[in-house]
Design a binder for this molecule. Sequence first.
Ligand code: ZN
Length: 434
Amino acid sequence: MVGEGRRGRGGGTRVRLFPQARFLDGFGEPVTVELSVPAGSCGAGPVDARFETVVPIGKVGPYGPGTDRFGRPSWSGPPWRGRRALPARPDRFGHFDGIAVGDPAFLAAHAYGCARFALDVLEGYCGPVPWHFGRSLPRLEVLCQTGYDNAHCGWGFLELGWNLKGRGLSHPYALNMDTVAHEMGHLVLFSLMGHADGLFLNGEYGGFHEAMADLAAFLVAAHLDPVVDAVLRATRGNLYIANELSRIVELAPADQIRNLGHGVKMDQFRGGWSDEHDLSLPLAGAFFDILVEVYQTLLVDAGLLSPEIVEIARNVDAMLAFEHPVDAAFAAAYAAEPRPFRAAFASARDVLGHLLARLWRRLDPVGLTYAEVARQAVLVERGLTGGRFERAVRTSFAWRSIGVIAPGPRVRDPLRPRRRALCDRAVRPPLQPA
Ligand SMILES: [Zn+2]
């Protein structure tokens, strides 16, 4: 976790990051994070061997497909050749943690820090992840810009606009760790699984991509001590209670775009679906359930909770009847000794991280289905832990009806134009220049 293992390694470049959106209670101050990049090797921008951060001046609209001045189809992409704002500069020791939050250069330093930290966390599970566009461009261009009301990634770029009116509080996505980590999740998937423009015509592949990007953001947040501590304190160790960790991309204190701790099942997509972000919910929820199941199993194995209490906690109907005794049991055990809860959480997080990383390297993106994801997850878990958590994997997918009910056809949603999702363009074809 940040503040422990990473700080102890020494020698990395330091930045300051808001662990969650800064308008949320308890997250108004940035924390110092040490990146894997050796201090002194990161230049003004920031720029390192994998990333180049840019605050463009005069950039209108996002990169991607468009039309030229003659109305013909065209493509725009990195590198940005126009004017740019002054870069964030490292101090004489090579760190960026001395830049004040109010300094205009903080935005670029923060965006870079989030993207690099997310890659560090995900490579910790996946091993080295070369860019999928690496043969064309050496670095990912991270842009912090104003003329765009969304965030997306593609061939060599990660563009972070502003969340404007109508979707929570207005703020730059460059300051939103979850947003950056979600986009980094997409980029890692492109690298590990390969990609082709036509793949997203398959809704289950699109839903899978969004679910995995949300889970990537979750894994990144779960490496930030202030977030984990706040969650365990607020829930007193019972992770099924809605909390910061299961929310992805909070745009206002009570307005998160997606929440992993929910009860969405495949049943509601039987008749059709219109948005892969919605379709991602049962799959992302199933993997979050696996994490909670593993965590609770570890608590029982450590003698911190009785199997009977955990059995009630994993059953929604039973929880409604026995909420108070279950809460009291968690609260008493957590109050007596919180450290084992943190250790169990870190272990469960890493089981999930390695499970996902192996899946990403193993799954064939062509014709991908949720049922195949569930089938492969069981096999991967056996290879990872010898089947210790196989029941958690099987029951989590079964509860969401994954592998039992396939989604119906894509249907048109009349509300869709007014209900634009975050990361809407991220996975839209084409992903690379024609
Ligand atoms: Zn996305």
